[in-house]
Design a protein around this ligand. Sequence first.
Ligand SMILES: Cc1cc2nc3c(=O)[nH]c(=O)nc-3n(C[C@H](O)[C@H](O)[C@H](O)COP(=O)(O)OP(=O)(O)OC[C@H]3O[C@@H](n4cnc5c(N)ncnc54)[C@H](O)[C@@H]3O)c2cc1C
Length: 301
Amino acid sequence: MLSKKQILILKKIVHGNLETNVSMKNHTSFRIGGNASVVIFPSEIPDLIEAILYLNKIKCKYYCFGLGSNLLVSDNNICDIVLIKLGRNFNHVTVDKNKIIAYSGASLNSLCMHALNAELTGLEDAFGIPGSIGGAVLMNAGAYNFETKNVVSRVVALINNKIQIFTEFNFSYRHSIFQELKNVIILQVELKLNKGIKANIKSRMDEIMNLRKTTQPLDFPSAGSVFKRINGIVVSYEIDKMGLKGKSIGGALISTKHAGFIVNTGNAKCQDVKDLINLVKEKFKKEKNIELKEEIKYLGG
Ligand SMILES: Cc1cc2nc3c(=O)[nH]c(=O)nc-3n(C[C@H](O)[C@H](O)[C@H](O)COP(=O)(O)OP(=O)(O)OC[C@H]3O[C@@H](n4cnc5c(N)ncnc54)[C@H](O)[C@@H]3O)c2cc1C
């Protein structure tokens, strides 16, 4: 827990971009979570680096996240770590010929729009993934014919006070090298795209958005697909076959539109979602001898 003096110092370092007692419901697409004592929203790389140096100096742990669209946050308050949100404030984007260089908080949707305007193809199928490019790189996010690994050429990251440049990423299904490293903060991402035809890019983006609207429960808060694919099995199809589609615990429901999604129907608690997840995992283990793994990430105890 930071003292008042430490909070003031940190606030000065990030030029005022610090809030206390922040409801994580407002920073996650699940709209679930307790209050975080301190969240910083840096807008510039030097501020972020200085903030990390300070947190290390006072031996305070931190956790960095993006747009919170793959996060299930505990209902308990988060007091022992400082949260660093790299989202709206941290979203500079430049386009240079066929490259897009973005701060990690830039949303995938905004990068799709930049690509469209610059007549660059390669990102269309990512349209509608509600995360940041930093989160997408960490997760190797993918949809339809898109995988983040297809477009990333360079990443600048901060690891234990040191800036490192990556051109190799060890990408695989929903995995990147950044999940293997401790205390990593992705700062900036360079994407390499190809020249395309604007009308074709636009029409593919529209097609993808329509597909999402017809197949996903976008009218309820969620964190997207909860489980990772395993052995080529379509998890949502199996959940449906097991009769779990529409199953609810508290305010959490296995979506009737897409059984891979758990949605918050109003006042879901983190524990409701966890109980549903465990129910699905136990059934998979018992009936199929398969150990399902979550795609979503957990924050808080
Ligand atoms: C409706 C809906 C649809 C979705 N559809 C898809 C889909 O089609 N395909 C898909 O792959 N995903 C999908 N998702 C999940 C999610 O949008 C992606 O995983 C996205 O890439 C997460 O980005 P984020 O910024 O929200 O990450 P967060 O949820 O904020 O964080 C996710 C993880 O990344 C880490 N992280 C985030 N930013 C950084 C950074 N800058 N440096 C270091 N670590 C970081 C966090 O610590 C955390 O471990 C969907 C989610 C929803 C709600």
